[in-house]
Design a binder for this molecule. Structure first.
Ligand code: DGT
Ligand code: CA
Ligand code: CA
Ligand code: ZN
Length: 575
């Protein structure tokens, strides 16, 4: 039984006591839970060594709470809690996940409307029953519905792009404290997973208490789960939790490695350590009681016998990276500064916000050498999509801008629509005059897997189509990908020389890491595009690069990491 599990059951008991209108006690249980989840030593160990008295050495844990913990350790239950659960038969944990719903609300919802589950709550909110209860208004009803949507669609996970700016702000703030020596974001964020469960931050400091006091008082904090000397955990107003740990300089590499994960990567490393007669944990690599390595990650991997002593965090998912790095066979994956161009951008000719010139200058400012203008085409009427005539007119304007010379090469493209039968909405004669043509599905998403695959294959086989834009059409946490036989699409791409796009928008990332890996193994080339509709959108490219890195892509695999001439020649050759 872990400290977190013990803390969780104490918090649950506090919640039920609140429902039962018990005074003071709930706060004491919550406080104890806070201390326990930040406690360095494992409670079961403490109990084994010192019994009830051992548990009572935890600050804030008196005899009453200690007895509850003992009961829980021995039986896995707390009788008082079981009794309260009979009295209020509600799915407490689920209901609490809805932002803004607390114990008192849960009781009222149960007493007045018989709500026990998330489903009950949703039904009542949809029928407008909640706004009629005292304490709740129309606004809280809407908030509840939004909260339920989030819990249901995401499993409580957040899109990395929605959270990263806040993470960077917190990182910067902590870094500016005079008490901090190092601040690093670890966990799934350091691995650039497309969705994240929580934020994990590691700090090196000689004055951890000061850092922790600052951390739990940040303006975004709405709840403090744990407030300890080396470990604290809070909830932010966005609904996401942040875990902060302070470690010693000496253990920094070991801690960073441990808290970066993935968990499976850690487990594999630990087994490797054991096989070599070591012990590995978040404090370091040990031979018996002797510290062997752990100041930084490299010395750790080196001591474990790795030929390559740095495995990029994006690759730490136990998908062969350990075996490869041991032998020195990890590929050199694409870097965050390696893109030279952007192959999908929209302008104010259709649904973008800025002109060709403004977009091109913004691309240059983002460090790019070339940009392809790919406005929508006529079947997407709501965007004012180009027809053949207007497309040619736009391309003539691009010729003019290139002649003027903006210090960035502008290429002629389009995002043409793949119609229901796999044909395109712009004729071949026109398309053949463009530099880079992308095709995408924007309508009729709900086709069978077989029909959708055939539809897209037909478009890919058109020699004028260079890139398949939005290969899966998914919107993370919002819309499922359309039904598609990805293996078949990759095979077709190989035969037709079609590029598959990694759309860099953090809630799109059409291709998953595993898709990217399969495409590369099949010899298919990829592009990483911003899909910018605004001159401030080029920043999203880093999410596309991250996804490519998670799929083990090298510069050779990503055509917009190539110089313009080489990229254009390869597209021409494939036509
Ligand atoms: P998330 O938060 O669900 O997006 O994913 P992570 O990977 O950030 O997971 P999290 O926050 O639960 O834990 C951070 C890291 O700590 C995780 O990547 C590996 C390490 N870790 C957590 N629990 C365990 C564990 O039970 N065993 C081992 N070996 N490592 C763990
Ligand atoms: Ca995490
Ligand atoms: Ca965590
Ligand atoms: Zn658009």
């Amino acid at each position: 039984m872990s400290n977190d599990e013990i803390a969780k059951v104490l918090n649950e008991l506090a919640g039920f006591l609140d429902m039962d209108e018990v005074q003071f006690k709930p706060r004491a249980f919550e406080k104890a839970a806070e201390v326990i989840s930040a406690f360095e030593q494992e409670i079961p160990e403490l109990y084994k060594e010192g019994g009830l008295k051992g548990i009572m050495r935890i600050p804030g844990v008196g005899v009453g709470i200690a007895e509850r913990i003992e009961e829980f350790l021995k039986t896995g239950h707390i009788k008082d809690l079981d009794k309260l659960k009979k009295k209020y038969p509600v799915d407490y944990q689920q209901l609490r996940r809805v932002e803004g719903v607390g114990p008192k609300h849960i009781k009222k919802l149960y007493r007045d409307l018989g709500i026990r589950t998330l489903e009950d709550l949703e039904n009542a909110a949809k029928k407008g029953k909640i706004r009629k209860l005292g304490h709740f208004g129309q606004k809280s009803e809407e908030n509840i519905l939004r909260g339920i949507d989030f819990v249901k669609s995401s499993g409580g996970r957040f899109v990395l792009g929605d959270i990263l700016p806040l993470v960077r702000l917190i990182e910067e703030r902590l870094g500016a404290l005079k008490e901090t020596k190092k601040v690093v974001v670890a966990g799934s964020i350091r691995r650039w997973k497309e969705t994240i469960g929580d934020i994990d931050i590691l700090v090196v400091s000689k004055k951890p208490r000061k850092v922790m006091d600052f951390f739990v008082k940040m303006p975004e904090v709405i709840d403090v789960h744990a407030h300890g000397e080396t470990k604290s955990s809070v909830k932010l107003s966005k609904g996401i939790d942040v875990d902060l740990r302070v470690v010693e300089e000496k253990s920094f590499g070991a801690a960073l490695n441990y808290f970066t994960g993935s968990k499976d990567h850690n487990v594999a490393l630990r087994q490797l350590a054991i096989k070599k007669g070591y012990k590995l944990n978040e404090y370091g690599l040990y031979k018996g009681a002797k510290f062997v390595a752990g100041r930084n990650e490299e010395e750790l991997y080196k001591a474990l016998g790795f030929k390559q002593t740095f495995i990029p965090p994006e690759m730490r998912e136990t998908k062969g990276e350990i075996e490869a790095a041991l032998k020195g066979e990890l590929p050199e994956i694409i870097g965050y500064k390696d893109l030279r161009g952007d192959l999908q951008t929209q302008t104010n000719w259709t649904d973008g916000a800025h002109s060709i010139e403004e977009m091109s200058l913004a691309a240059k400012k983002a460090g790019l050498e070339y940009i392809v203008i790919t406005d929508h085409t006529k079947a997407l009427a709501m965007t004012g999509g180009n027809d053949e005539k207007r497309l040619l007119k736009q391309w003539a304007e691009i010729d003019g801008l290139n002649k003027k010379g903006l210090g960035v090469k502008i290429l002629k493209g389009a995002e043409v629509n793949i119609l229901k039968d796999g044909s395109l909405d712009i004729d071949d004669k026109t398309l053949s005059q463009g530099d880079v043509i992308g095709a995408a599905v924007h309508t009729n998403f709900n086709m069978s897997k077989k029909d959708m695959t055939e539809r897209i294959k037909r478009a890919m086989k058109n020699p004028n189509v260079d890139i398949l834009f939005h290969p899966t059409g998914r919107l993370i946490n919002k819309r499922e990908a359309y039904e598609l036989d990805m293996e078949e699409i990759i095979k077709t791409a190989k035969n037709s020389g079609t590029i598959l796009e990694i759309d860099a928008y953090p809630d799109r990332l059409d291709l998953k890491d595993d898709h990217i890996r399969s495409a590369i193994e099949a010899g298919v080339k990829l592009s990483i595009d911003s899909d910018a509709h605004n001159k401030n959108h080029f920043g999203v490219l880093e999410f596309g690069v991250a996804q490519a890195r998670r799929g083990w892509a090298t510069k050779k695999d990503i055509i917009n990491a190539w110089p313009a001439e080489k990229m254009l020649k390869s597209l021409k050759d494939a036509r």
